[in-house]
Design a binder for this molecule. Structure first.
Ligand code: BTN
Length: 252
């Protein structure tokens, strides 16, 4: 239990693990046995941490690795939106807690400058949604492989000091619950507006790798379901949905 936690559901039940394969996998098992909404599974390290599209999520000690179980009774077409509210909750809580200039890279990376500090892996199972959250909180960057070092950072590195994970989690869960309630009350519009204000991808030239090939253009804006409105070289706007995206490279 987190001291002073001001939520009604998220984080009311916390399961701490020293090590696991993946907190999302632990959450899936719990969902199948009927675990209630709001339960959070946290691990100090993961041996098979997963990112989007089955990428590996390197999970050494010092990082924050957790999964939140939600049971939103909304239509399937709105479920995709949950990753947007979750990434916004991380950005808001990190900004508020550390005063660092934290931004969002479309579709769901949390960045400081152009370096990734956190990510989201949302998975659906048996009508529930599992939000997997990874944040390089007190991570020592030296432990990452050389190729990753250029692309990632940690809060500890940026701040030059260690932050209390429990105090940060309290803030994260409160922001997450607040935004989740907005989503349940169909306030997607205000979530998208705030996302846009923190999105460092907008206005930049991007190369987007889709399954069917590459699309290129300027990241113009975001639609009401979080889709990227891409201004192509032909002057036409195309809607790009996060579920179709393999990779986004910001080129200018
Ligand atoms: C991404 O950016 O590709 C998403 C990374 C999500 C990582 C988190 S860590 C906790 C949870 N368990 C996992 O195996 N993955 C998510």
């Amino acid at each position: 239990m987190l001291k002073g936690l001001n939520t009604k559901i998220i984080g009311k039940r916390l399961l701490y693990l020293k090590e696991t394969s993946s907190t999302n996998d632990e959450a899936k098992v719990l969902v199948r046995s009927g675990e209630k909404e709001g339960t959070v599974i946290i691990a100090e390290t993961q041996t098979k941490g997963r990112g989007r599209l089955s990428r590996k999520w390197v999970s050494p000690a010092g990082g924050l690795y957790l999964s939140v179980i939600l049971r939103p009774y909304v239509g399937a077409q709105r479920l995709q939106f949950i990753s947007f509210l979750a990434s916004l909750a991380i950005a808001r809580s990190l900004k508020g807690f550390t005063k660092l200039d934290v931004n969002l890279k479309w579709p769901n990376d949390i960045v400081i400058g152009n370096k990734k500090v956190g990510g989201i892996l949302c998975e659906s199972v048996k009508g529930a949604v599992i939000i997997g959250i990874g944040v390089n909180l007190n991570t020592n960057l030296a432990v990452f492989p050389q190729n990753l070092k250029k692309q990632i950072t940690s809060v500890k590195f940026e701040l030059g000091e260690i932050i209390n994970p429990e105090h940060y989690m309290k803030r994260l869960f409160e922001e997450l619950e607040h935004l989740y309630n907005e989503f349940l009350h169909k306030k997607d519009h205000s979530i998208v507006n705030e996302w846009k204000s923190l999105c460092s991808t907008l206005g930049r030239s991007v190369d987007i790798q889709l399954e069917q090939g590459k699309v290129r253009g300027i990241a113009w804006s975001m639609g009401d379901r979080g889709q990227l409105l891409l201004l192509g070289l032909n002057g036409k706007i195309t809607k790009v949905y996060q579920s179709d995206v393999i990779k986004v490279d910001v080129t200018e």
